[in-house]
Design a protein around this ligand. Sequence first.
Ligand SMILES: Cc1cc2nc3c(=O)[nH]c(=O)nc-3n(C[C@H](O)[C@H](O)[C@H](O)COP(=O)(O)OP(=O)(O)OC[C@H]3O[C@@H](n4cnc5c(N)ncnc54)[C@H](O)[C@@H]3O)c2cc1C
Length: 404
Amino acid sequence: MSSNSRLPPPTVAVIGGGASGLVAALALASGGLQVRLAAPPRAPDPRTTALMDGSVRALEALGLWERLRPDAAPLRIMRLIDDTGRLLRAPEVEFRSSELGLEGFAWNLENEVLLAALDEAVAADARITRLRAAVRQVEDGPEAVAITLDDGTVFEAALVAAADGRNSPSRRAAGIDMRVREYPQVAVTATLAHGRPHRDVSTEFHTRTGPFTLVPLPGDRSSVVCVVSPDEAEQLGALTPEAFAAAMERKAHSILGRMHLLSPRGSFPLSQRTAAHFARGRIALIGEAAHIIPPIGAQGLNLGIRDAATLAELASDAARAGADVGGADVTETYERRRRADVASRGFAVDLFNRSLLSDLLPVAGMRGFGIWMLGQSAGLRRAVMREGVGPTRDVPRLLAGTRL
Ligand SMILES: Cc1cc2nc3c(=O)[nH]c(=O)nc-3n(C[C@H](O)[C@H](O)[C@H](O)COP(=O)(O)OP(=O)(O)OC[C@H]3O[C@@H](n4cnc5c(N)ncnc54)[C@H](O)[C@@H]3O)c2cc1C
């Protein structure tokens, strides 16, 4: 791109080429919109993502799932085990996706596999122009947003889908604050090979520092998300690969046999952050630019995909009706439709996480009673499973597998 070149106004700009931004670009283009995607190169991401049923349907509708399916493992059973060692302990409980008529609650795959497929689909879509530079300035105006890139390129868009991550420069430019709650916890992540098959079972041990979760990958491999204190995270990070794998095996009570480290380790301090507004003017926030929730219950990117699908639906419907794709009708409806989903998931994750950290007997008793009830009542179990898989209200069309 030549410096200081002026480009004709596109319909929509997507800022950020993480998973949320790439899905947003594809979803908007699938609705017939011209998209300009400003996405500088990414750092490698060694994590995995469990995509819930609705996200899988959206990727299916975007023509991507067939390619991803062989690299993804279904989570057919979710097992919760109380490993707090407290006086009042919850009984073990199992959720089966077959109770909801689903092959899996979610499908787990490596982020690099997902991102590579999204990059390829973006490159193949003639309606998307990819600009490999970071955004330096975003200026909202009554008719359009002016965007300046690091390489000097300037262009205008009627709507901005800001998917530029947790420190979102676009969010700051829009003057939107984040509400922040920090937790005294760090999620340590890694992919491990193991001696015994996982049989498509995801097992979550509830410990006094947070959940330790084994999530199946294809073959005899699983990813772990191990929520511990910052001190323990540091100790785990300093271990040799062999000692780290042995520590994970101990935390897993050897249910998957001997473990062997396959990936770099990740370390993610836990916090919950929610934007005070999901949209202002012509700028709508997507993914972690709008909300960050602890990696408990695999909600984060699933929310980001629902953001992308909702904004794409509203903008493409507006375009078809000859209305302004970045007008107040679109952005205000986006805010309303996304708020309840994000808030309810953030609330549930926060409540559950804090119940694990609390040493108060009544809190442990309440959590144990809740889990016992889930074990007893198939109706309650199904209701909780259905809610965990995704919202039942304001579901964007792509999440139901319908093309825009
Ligand atoms: C340990 C862990 C496990 C998780 N597991 C799951 C899971 O199982 N299921 C799930 O649904 N979610 C999970 N999540 C959440 C999920 O990883 C995030 O929701 C997701 O990665 C966020 O993607 P994003 O595209 O919004 O943000 P990012 O991936 O951070 O992307 C933001 C992008 O914006 C770009 N950017 C920044 N500044 C600029 C700029 N000025 N101009 C242009 N671009 C810019 C960056 O380069 C980056 O590529 C997990 C999270 C953690 C920490």
